[in-house]
Design a protein around this ligand. Structure first.
Ligand code: ADQ
Length: 476
């Protein structure tokens, strides 16, 4: 069997810390790396004075990782710059927050070139290479320029933006052309895939063929939608385990008979936290007879704190939670508990289970794994209700949730009311449908879908030219 080389900005091998510490992506990729006997390559998270390309190899629980340090300037321009100040806001439709600086673009290309220089000697003939996320779009092209002819796939974890929004990026063409150096390009949902195809057909005179094949600029790739999942079975078992039960019991005591509404998100403007607070405030104001019977627990650990827009959203949320609590709290009840820290996964599972409502309302989200984790953690005989944004990728699979427009305070307020009065049989019925998807299209399924596509041969030039299409790219 081929070896698999996974490349991502940060490398998250199995923590070795035992149950509950490993994220879903890390579980899936670690499993894939064991199955294929591979390597996980990326940034160590450390900086060095000048880039040396020195690789640190480690082996944890059967997974080999290879990491490199990058320079301070790389972190500023590549990670905090082009990735998180330009691409992230733009790809989440926040053109107003996107910053365009030439230095960012240069740093982005430089780090991708450095990654390619460092990785190239590690790649053996027959290896499959799987590159992850918006930090590394040009990596495939940089590897091709260094003579790598292996199969290389790319998976985008975040949305692909509408064409008109992408056009606001001066290097939009180079970015998409770089994607045409891969063999397979994967998106979370058919919606993001359609946006990509819309760009390719309108801006590059591309041709969309059968079976996901797309040709533009004389190159053919396979573009697919393969939604990421969680390890549903393991998460459900964890939610029923001793550490989850302990925190569940504590939460129930502290809820004191009130229904808990739960939000769990990285502190990011794309997650719609501000709008969520306003929607909840609307509920408190419009339904005073119910307000005292609930509370909102919002868990939001800070992220990307070097980026100004993240400092601003943090300050805004502190102000609005303070304002809402000031307006509605009384001596024995606070409507919002706002917590800025992370929890181990097994504790998180118990907190999810204790919540009557999972309130997941991003304004834009590639997928959203919190929605799936909330479903997997529920007690099958008394499940809570998932309220989910229509604009999360997960909404395409989790249509049995109560779907809302996250921009509408009225809809959020109505949805909370609907969830609180939902009879047990309807809760069970909706949850059964949701759980069926979470278990079936899980993270192993996602990984298989992608690696199967990566291993599938692309049609050769003869077959395509018989159909009037073109094939180029590496021959294996
Ligand atoms: P994120 O934007 O980080 O991921 P999400 O999919 O919700 O969003 O994943 C967050 C993960 O972090 C979840 O596993 C969650 O449990 C964990 N987490 C969040 N808050 C936590 C806390 N306080 N304590 C502990 N753990 C916490 C990006 C894209 C998503 C896409 C994923 C995977 O933005 O759209 O679903 O990648 O592809």
């Amino acid at each position: 069997m081929s070896r698999l080389i996974v490349v991502s900005n940060r490398v998250q091998p199995p923590s070795g810390g035992g149950e509950g510490n490993q994220g879903g992506l890390s579980v899936a990729l670690s499993a894939a790396l064991r199955e294929y006997s591979g390597l996980w390559f990326g940034w160590s998270g450390q900086t060095t004075e000048s880039f040396t390309g020195q690789i640190s190899i480690q082996r944890t629980e059967g997974v080999t990782t290879a990491t490199v340090d990058i320079e301070e300037q790389d972190v500023d321009e590549y990670y905090n710059g082009f990735a998180n100040r330009t691409l992230w806001p733009l790809f989440h439709d926040r053109i107003d927050l996107a910053e365009y600086e030439r230095g960012f673009q240069g740093g982005y290309q430089r780090v991708n070139d450095r990654f390619a220089d460092t990785l190239e000697p590690l790649i053996e003939p027959g290896d499959l290479v799987w590159v992850h996320d918006y930090h590394l779009i040009p990596l495939g092209q940089a590897l091709r320029a260094r003579g790598i002819r292996n199969r290389i796939g790319f998976f985008l974890h975040i949305p692909w933006p509408p064409r008109q929004i992408l056009l606001s990026l001066s290097s939009h063409k180079e970015l998409v052309e770089a994607l045409f150096e891969y063999d397979v390009v994967g998106f979370q949902t058919a919606v993001w895939l359609e946006s990509f195809l819309d760009y390719v057909t309108h801006e590059m005179d591309g041709v969309v063929g059968e079976d996901g094949l797309v040709t533009a600029g004389g190159r053919t790739i396979r573009a697919i939608a393969s939604p990421i999942g969680i390890d549903g079975e393991a998460f459900a078992a964890m939610a029923d385990g001793p550490r989850a039960r302990a925190i569940y019991d504590r939460m129930m005591v502290s809820a004191n008979g009130r229904a808990m509404i739960l939000g769990v998100d990285r502190l990011d403007y794309s997650k719609g936290l501000q709008e969520r607070f306003v929607g909840y405030e609307r509920f408190l104001a419009d339904r005073p007879e119910r307000a005292g019977g609930v509370f909102l627990l919002q868990i939001a650990p800070p992220s990307r704190e070097d980026v100004q827009s993240y400092q601003e959203i943090r300050a805004e949320l502190e102000a609005s939670s303070g304002r809402i609590n000031g307006a509605f709290a009384d001596i024995e009840w606070v409507p919002i508990r706002y917590v800025n820290k992370g929890y181990p996964r097994d504790q998180l599972a118990g907190i999810y289970r204790a919540a009557r409502i999972g309130l997941v309302t991003p304004l834009r989200d590639g997928m959203n794994l919190v929605a799936k984790e909330y479903v997997a953690a529920q007690d099958p005989s008394d499940p809570g209700v998932l309220i989910l944004s229509r604009f999360a990728g997960a909404a395409l699979q989790l249509g049995a949730a109560v779907l809302v427009n996250p921009y509408s305070a009225e809809e959020i307020s109505d949805a909370i009311d609907q969830a609180l009065s939902m009879p047990l049989d309807e809760r069970i019925d909706r949850w059964t449908q949701l759980m069926d998807n979470v278990m079936r299209e899980d993270v192993m399924w996602w990984r298989r879908t992608f690696t199967d596509a990566l291993e599938a041969p692309l049609p050769d030039a003869e077959q395509l030219s018989a159909k009037g299409e073109t094939a180029t790219g590496p021959k294996f």
